[in-house]
Design a protein around this ligand. Structure first.
Ligand SMILES: [Zn+2]
Length: 208
C-alpha cells in the first residue's frame, strides 16, 4: 500500500498511467500538447500564449473547469510559472488572474485562474491586484457572434485603484479573440496603468 501511494505521486495527472516528466504530465501527454510560445499583440499590448488550443488541451481545460478536476491546477500552474519566469514576465508590480463573476464562482465552486496562480504567488516578487472584479455575469464568449461578444463584455469588470506607474501581468486560460483581455485592459487604463502584458495558457490563434 505504501508503495502504491508513493508511486501515485509520480504518475501523470492526465492519463494516470505513465511517469511524470514535466508539468506533472508524462512524455506521451506532453507530446500531444502543441507548444507554440506565440507572441502577438492585442491593440498594442504584448500577449503570450504557451500552447495551441488543440483537442487535448481543450479536454484538459474542460476537465479542470467543468468536471472540477482541481488537481490539474498544478499542471497549469507549472506551465504558467515556467513560461513567465523564462520570459521575465514576473518583472511587474501586479498579477491579475482573469476574474470570474460571483455566480460562476458559486456554480463552479472555485476560482479557476486564481487557483492556478495561488500555487506560485508566494514565490514571485509581484503581488495580486486585489479588488479587480467581474461585476456582470456574461455568457461564454465562444458561444456568441462577433457583435454579441463585444456587447456581452461592456461594463463587465471593475476596480477603483490608482495604477499610475504600475505594471500588470494578466493571466488567463484561453485567448480567443482577445475581447475579454481588452475589456479588462480598458478598465486598467481608466486607472492609469503603465503597462499590461497578457499571458494565456492556450490560444485559438496559431502563429507558425
Ligand atoms: Zn500522461
Amino acid at each position: 500500500m505504501i508503495d502504491f501511494l508513493f508511486l501515485d505521486k509520480n504518475i501523470c495527472y492526465n492519463c494516470k498511467k505513465n511517469e511524470i516528466v514535466a508539468h506533472f504530465l508524462c512524455k506521451d501527454c506532453l507530446k500531444k500538447l502543441d507548444y507554440v510560445a506565440n507572441k502577438f499583440s492585442i491593440e498594442n499590448y504584448d500577449c503570450h500564449a504557451v500552447y495551441f488550443y488543440n483537442e487535448v488541451m481543450r479536454k484538459l481545460i474542460a476537465d479542470y473547469k467543468f468536471n472540477r478536476n482541481t488537481s490539474l491546477a498544478k499542471v497549469f500552474s507549472s506551465i504558467v510559472y515556467d513560461y513567465a519566469r523564462i520570459n521575465n514576465l514576473f518583472d511587474c508590480d501586479y498579477i491579475l488572474p482573469s476574474p470570474s463573476s460571483k455566480s460562476t464562482l458559486n456554480n463552479r465552486g472555485f476560482d479557476h485562474i486564481k487557483m492556478i496562480t495561488d500555487h506560485f504567488i508566494d514565490d514571485v516578487a509581484c503581488e495580486y491586484l486585489m479588488d479587480f472584479r467581474k461585476i456582470k455575469n456574461t455568457q461564454a464568449q465562444h458561444n456568441l457572434g462577433k457583435e454579441d461578444r463585444a456587447l456581452n463584455l461592456i461594463d463587465a469588470f471593475s476596480i477603483e485603484k490608482d495604477l499610475t506607474e504600475k505594471s500588470v501581468l494578466l493571466i488567463d486560460d484561453l485567448i480567443t479573440t482577445g475581447n475579454t483581455a481588452m475589456e479588462i485592459i480598458k478598465v486598467l487604463e481608466k486607472n492609469n496603468v503603465k503597462e499590461v502584458i497578457v499571458l494565456a495558457i492556450t490560444s485559438e490563434r496559431r502563429i507558425n
